[in-house]
Design a protein around this ligand. Structure first.
Ligand SMILES: [Zn+2]
Length: 393
């Protein structure tokens, strides 16, 4: 892979147009788009790209309410395809209209992630205007259905199923202080412990009656004992496996034996591909306890994301670091991704290397989203230069 020339770097830095980028960002934030209702903003983005002269496709991608927005920009020469993927939906909070004040961009989705999508669009415009892609192409994909619990990410899964993917993916989530090369898997559980019979006064309990409160506390203790053992299961950057209990609930009053106790928490792991085996181990712990305590125990266990590691020898990692260094003077430190995003899905489900890198933005999932305009310009430059390094390779 050729490293970026100083002429190329200068060309891209000069060509990224802050005013045009911000007009797009303001236009996108100006259309409210809570998750599962992003159709109008998808139409807006499609119109902007069409006005720019791009050919826009609108695959339904399993969500007719908001067909996705797809642009395939080709250099006409052989090479790799870099996908820019972003979600147009925002969390369900009251709408905050767009505004720019003292170099900071505010509004619903400014940080998460319409600002980042505008930076993608600007990068794509500049790649075309400067004719600087040495080969391959760029695939822009924008979609709904990202934010939970309202969305189920079906459009990203549809892209993977239908081959609407690149050879690597860049995602503009608000993570700027590290290059995420690993992430833990995560599952949420609810354990429901019940016993036969009705609630009964403490002193009127039949002999040998099961005790759901005691069983619940025993479960909590066992999960924490397991958690202590799991501290030795480690991987670089992400730490170790863990168990956590955030809620235990039972009982009506102090001297009545209840029939139900619930325990809620998380199980996280560091080893890719272990999600199902860890779920089976969890079920075993719980069912052994049910047998010992003469209770019935059911488990609601939902895997939110599998553990993953990004192969650091992938060309996208080199291309990204070259681009990042060109703009900032040094490569980005490697680290863990603290959240599960669509990039995690591209890696674990699609087997496609994905880098999450966006503006150093604040206030995601609050009413105070705020992103420096200079950060949007910076990431647009990094995105365009990453495409040049990656696609030509
Ligand atoms: Zn986001």
């Amino acid at each position: 892979m050729a490293t970026l020339s100083s002429a190329t770097i200068q060309t891209i830095q000069r060509a990224i147009n802050q005013q045009r980028l911000m007009e797009t960002a303001i236009a996108l934030v100006g259309v409210p788009s809570p998750t599962c209702s992003a159709g109008a903003v998808a139409d807006r983005l499609a119109a902007i790209l069409t006005d720019d002269g791009f050919t826009v496709e609108r695959p339904v991608a399993d969500w007719p309410e908001a067909p996705a927005v797809v642009v395939r920009f080709q250099s006409g020469k052989p090479g790799r395809t870099l996908q820019f993927d972003g979600h147009l939906d925002t969390v369900h909070l009251p709408f905050v209209p767009p505004r720019v004040e003292d170099g900071i961009f505010y509004g619903s989705g400014a940080s998460d992630m319409k600002g980042g999508i505008a930076a993608f669009v600007e990068a794509l415009r500049v790649l075309r205007e400067t004719d600087s892609l040495p080969g391959g192409g760029s695939l822009l994909t924008a979609h709904d259905h990202h934010e939970g619990p309202w969305g189920d990410r079906r459009q990203v899964y549809a892209f993977m199923r239908d081959g609407i993917v690149g050879d690597a993916v860049l995602l503009p989530e608000y993570l700027a202080d590290r290059l995420p090369v690993a992430g833990r898997g995560m599952a949420i559980f609810e354990v429901r412990i019940t016993r036969d019979g009705e609630p009964v006064h403490e002193v009127l309990r039949p002999a040998g009656i099961a005790d759901v409160v005691k069983t619940g506390t025993t479960l909590v203790n066992r999960l924490y004992e397991l958690g202590e053992q799991l501290k030795s299961v480690t991987a670089p950057y992400v730490g170790s496996d863990s168990t956590f209990v955030g809620r235990i609930q039972a009982g009506e009053i102090y001297n009545q034996s209840p029939t139900l106790c619930t325990v809620n928490g998380t199980r996280r792991w560091v080893t890719p591909g272990q999600g199902k085996a860890i779920q089976a181990e969890f079920e075993q712990v719980v069912q052994a306890l049910a047998r010992e305590t003469n209770t019935q125990i059911s488990v609601d266990y939902h895997i939110q994301g599998e553990a993953w590691q990004l192969d650091q020898t992938q060309p996208i990692v080199t291309a990204f670091q070259d681009a990042y260094s060109a703009i900032t003077g040094a490569p980005l430190a490697l680290g863990a991704k603290p959240f599960v995003d669509d990039g995690s899905s591209y890696i674990t489900t699609g087997g496609i290397p994905a880098i999450t890198h966006g503006p150093d933005a604040k206030g995601a999932h609050t009413l105070n989203e705020a992103v420096p305009v200079a950060e949007l310009v910076r990431v647009a430059q990094v995105y365009a230069l990453t495409a040049i390094g990656f696609c030509g390779g």
